[in-house]
Design a protein around this ligand. Sequence first.
Ligand code: UD1
Ligand code: CA
Length: 491
Amino acid sequence: MNQDKRRRFDSYPGSVSTTSITVIVLAAGGGTRMKSKTMKVLHPIAGRSMIGHVLDAVSALQPHRVVAVVGHQREQVGPHIQELLPDAVLAVQETQDGTGHAVRIAWEALDAGDRAGTVLVAYGDTPLLEGESLRAFTEDHEAAGRAVSILSGIVADPSGYGRVLRDQAGEVTGIVEQKDASPEEAAVNEINSGILAFDAEFLDSALPRLTNDNAKGEYYLTDTVGLAREDGLGVGAFAIEDVLQTEGANDRAQLAALAKEKNRRILTRWMRDGVTIIDPETTWIDVDVKLEPDVTILPGVQLLGATVVAEDAVVGPDSTLKDVEVGAGARVVRTHGELAVIGAGANVGPFSYLRPGTELGKEGKIGGFVETKNAKIGDRAKVPHLSYVGDAEIGEGANVGAGTIFANYDGQQKHRTVIGRHARTASNNTFVAPVHIGDGAGTGAGAVIREDVPPGALAVSAGPQRTIEGWAARKRPGTAQAEAAEEASGS
Ligand code: UD1
Ligand code: CA
């Protein structure tokens, strides 16, 4: 999984930019409004942490170096970042003295060689951010040769954000934070998304000049814009149309809203790519899932993790598949599956529980109220009804009778059961593992199989039936059972 992630992070087509890019991701804030043991940027959306989405987006720039600023709960965040991006530099900000302070900490953690070219600053909590947008932004920044560029947004309600200030000619003059803004400044509806691009040389000269002489008593990174103007250097703003891409989640309500929007975008992409999704409102698909054209997703389906669904398969309604591979033309109804493989043309469900290590062959069947675990079920083999299949190998074309239990656990150890090709086992069997049923062998109803059955043999273990006449009348006199028996024998 992690290797997949890493591969994906590197898989963007070559960036047009020729300048080396260093990315600084700020993630030191407490995220107290999440009211969570889990650090804000680690909360997942669409199967990936919020900071995972940001790191994926910035990878599109093929950055020379990524440095993440961590503070609160860095023992959680640091290892997570290094798992996703082993080359990332971690910079620790002990006290959160503002975005300018955070970038200074990052700057000090970088080698001189990384303090060159373009520097992009982003936040760790913007899960909708797309690499394409960052590419367009940095390309605009570099083409204009500015000291600072602001990724801005035009919004209906600018409250909470820094406002982008412009002079009469429309040139950007600075950013003013909400708390420091005059009423006229506060009325400006072009906001600072928080994402800024810098010329490294300018940033190096500006960071020591920042002060905390403002309403929040913090070092504002945004003050660099005014400084660049004073230096007579180029500044400008690049407005992103899709402002949601730069929106952060500060509490669980915003987290849910962004997750829903992220999901809507993922579904739209799949529908454009030829997948039928009957009810997008009740369908959830993680960002790493892969679907082929002409897949159909019925209502109430969650496709999670690294799930892959091949063409013409139909999944749903009401199914959750995590890290499951569904073959072409397979049918999966009301199923919960994890780390399982479902072969082409196979049938699963309704009400099936596929646990890790389940591998169902081509045109095989796992039917209603069947639980499987670490079970290899061959091509065209069937476990149609009410069974537990654990630690098993079932040969091609075999049929397992209704209500069969693979007793894989002797109280201390797990053992395997092997059922041969085209074997036919009857209803209500118990296979006490380790046990081997040969190719083409069979069993009788209610058998408890403790010993191997050779190929072609029939094994029966339930003894001959003993019928004790008049038992109900003698042992249960006066009950409805005895009365019913009496009425039947009287007639
Ligand atoms: C910041 C911007 C504001 C912009 C807004 C967009 C400044 C001064 N203001 O305001 O113009 O409109 O973001 O959301 O830059 N962080 C640290 N260390 C710190 C402080 C912050 O790592 O000492 C991180 C936070 O974890 C967060 C990000 O920086 O990811 C932004 O910090 P926050 O305090 O939310 O900034 P705002 O006041 O929202
Ligand atoms: Ca914020």
